[in-house]
Design a protein around this ligand. Structure first.
Ligand code: FCB
Length: 449
């Protein structure tokens, strides 16, 4: 593992660097049963007792469905030139197969118009975890057919919107869909079955490949890729057992998705540690998955600190921990980017976008101000890490902070605030945090000659 510290305290990025913020449909839109939207697995999951820490759900969320114009105005205030969002599949195709819902497409069309009017590039994600319940009823991602339905949905979005989009990502963080949705059951659909998680991870990759093929066939002008959550795996000690455990962790989480896409094979190290009879891979699957991408989206939050101890050793956390309990470790971002570059450059690694990076803090409004200095420090350090990786030769084209505004943080409900903008959920009032002003000014400074 490359182990270097970012040096540049006030980095300068190129003029054409993409500056953005990210959101996802279920976390912000609300309007769960409006204009013909069908239910998704997250509607079902959040309405099941005991699944969400504060008992909340995304029925209303940030009411972005009705307030999107105000939210786009806020993007303008933030100075960003790009916005990453996802489409709620069940809003545009209520069952996940069969009839399309024109009113659902109309919403995204209005959003795209508004973004275009403000000169903000639209980066669309097809799947940010909210599978239509109609497909879950047929087995969800355990059913291979879901991959074909996904490809049809991808083609429909590309056909309708491709010319208005800067990029389309197939999946957001398939690791989470597989391991949290089917492995430990923390996320929808709440299945606890590690073997199922393995099969799901393969079907997700297959669906990515099928969707890429379908969208390429349309010659869509949007750049096509995928968004993966990734981390370096750092052994807690230099004992051979911890070192081996860290390699295994990296293989089963990062390389598990990267290798099929870029090398056309699952990582041998991971396969060696698992019973291969447990999951089904058909003959041509890997060649479907293995095709060139226009970009890779990297989401980085935290490193994996790995030991064989039970309970595992905790990192010292010199820079502290976020409100999620995640270690603040900016060096992990540059280490990761350099490791990806080193391993996959010869396998057609495309330009990288940091499609998510951010932190939750227990923000409070005091005298109409949200003084989140900790987030400013986080941003400053992580941007320095990105700049360092660029200096070292990694082709990184953009950075999206997670998130535009506080929103429904999955099984943590509304208790965790990741936004640059504070949301009062009683009134839906949005207030810029100090970090929002900092990001605005930072971006502005990049554009000065
Ligand atoms: C990522 C998700 C995003 C958000 C952040 C905090 O894993 O993609 O929706 O929940 O974590």
């Amino acid at each position: 593992m490359i182990n270097q510290t970012p040096t540049s305290p006030a980095p300068q990025f190129s003029d054409d660097f993409t500056w953005g913020v990210a959101t996802s449909a279920y976390q912000i839109e609300g309007a769960a049963a409006v204009d013909g939207r069908g239910p998704s697995i997250w509607d079902t999951f959040t309405h099941t007792d005991g699944k969400i820490i504060d008992g909340s759900n995304g029925d209303d969320a940030c009411d972005h469905y009705h307030r999107y114009a105000e939210d786009v105005e806020n993007l303008v205030t933030l100075n960003v030139n790009a916005y990453r969002f996802s489409v709620s599949w069940s809003r545009v195709q209520p069952d996940g197969y069969g009839a399309w819902n024109e009113k659902g497409f109309d919403f995204y069309s209005r959003l795209l118009d508004k973004l275009a009017e403000k000169n903000i590039a639209a980066h669309l994600t097809l799947y940010h975890w909210d599978l239509p319940q109609g497909l879950q009823d047929q087995g969800g991602w355990l059913n291979r057919e879901t991959a074909s339905h996904f490809a049809a949905y991808a083609a429909e979005i590309a056909r309708r919107f491709g010319s208005r989009l800067a990029s389309i990502a197939t999946h957001n963080e398939p690791w989470c869909t597989a391991n949290l949705g089917y492995g430990n059951g923390q996320f929808a659909p709440g299945v606890i079955d590690p073997v199922a998680a393995l099969q799901v991870s393969h079907h997700l990759l297959l669906s990515h490949g099928l969707a890429m093929t379908a969208m390429r066939a349309l010659n869509t002008p949007a750049k096509l890729g995928i968004v993966l959550n990734q981390w370096t795996a750092v052994p807690a000690t230099d004992s051979p057992a911890d070192v081996a455990e860290a390699k295994w962790e990296y293989a089963r989480s990062v390389q598990w998705f990267m290798d099929p896409i870029f090398k056309g094979a699952y990582p041998q190290l991971a396969l060696d540690r698992m019973d291969q009879g447990l999951f089904t891979v058909l003959e041509n699957d890997l060649s479907i998955i293995h095709q060139p991408l226009d970009f890779l989206g990297v989401n980085y939050y935290v490193r994996a600190f790995v030991s064989t101890d039970n309970p595992p050793k905790k990192p010292e956390g010199k820079l502290g921990f976020t409100d999620m309990g995640w270690e603040i470790y900016p060096q992990g971002l540059s280490d990761l980017l350099l490791a990806l570059h080193q391993e996959y450059q010869e396998f057609n690694l495309p330009p990288i976008y940091i499609t998510e990076n951010g932190m939750a803090s227990a923000d409070k409004v005091e005298d109409a101000k949200i003084d989140d200095q900790i987030r400013i420090d986080y941003l400053r350090r992580h941007l320095a890490a990105v700049a360092f990786a660029i200096e070292q030769g990694v082709d990184i084209r953009g950075y999206f902070y997670w998130s535009l505004m506080d929103n429904f943080e999955w099984n943590s409900g509304y208790a965790k605030r990741f936004g640059l903008i504070y949301v009062d959920y009683d009134t839906q009032q949005r207030t810029m945090k100090e970090s929002a002003f900092w990001y605005r000014d930072f971006i502005d400074a990049q554009r000065r000659p």
